[in-house]
Design a protein around this ligand. Structure first.
Ligand code: CMP
Length: 137
């Protein structure tokens, strides 16, 4: 079994989509290894998205990700990273396939409802960012 890290972002939590999104994730065959709701500090959001720090949208992204609570979860499934990215759809909801989580629940390319790790290596880093090894192993 492999795993991925998801974040239900402040836009979706604010609109009470948390339950619907978790249901979609479970119906798609993922198991939840660990899950928590928290509000990121600016420092934490900057660190999580450090890879994007040179991008023009970085400051706005950090402001958005700290604007309210998020739900972080470690999800388990065969081929978890790739299958989860299919389930959530393209970064820009306008380009996301019908039936995907972003198509159904996202507002914009920034306020795009959910995050999914983009590689197994990043899934390890991101799971370690939100959870201690004891919580998700
Ligand atoms: P995520 O998959 O969490 O990874 C980086 C995030 O940056 C992305 O989702 C969006 O929330 C945001 N993002 C990516 N591209 C853009 C963009 N062109 N403009 C604004 N925000 C973006």
């Amino acid at each position: 079994m492999s795993f991925t890290l998801t974040i239900i972002k402040p836009d979706a939590v604010k609109k009470n989509y948390t339950g619907k999104i978790i249901d979609d994730i479970l119906q798609a065959g993922f198991a939840i290894r660990a899950m928590k709701q928290l509000r990121l500090t600016t420092e934490q959001a900057r660190a999580f998205y450090e890879v994007h720090k040179e991008r023009p949208f970085y400051d706005d992204l950090v402001a958005f990700m700290t604007s309210g609570p998020v739900v972080a979860a470690v999800l388990e499934k065969d081929n978890a990273v790739e299958d989860f990215r299919k389930l959530i759809g393209a970064t820009n909801p306008a380009e996301a396939a019908e039936g995907t989580i972003r198509k159904k629940y996202a507002e914009s390319i920034q306020n795009n409802a959910v995050h999914g790790s983009d590689s197994p290596e990043n899934a390890v880093r991101e799971a370690g960012f939100f959870f201690s090894y004891l919580e998700w192993s």
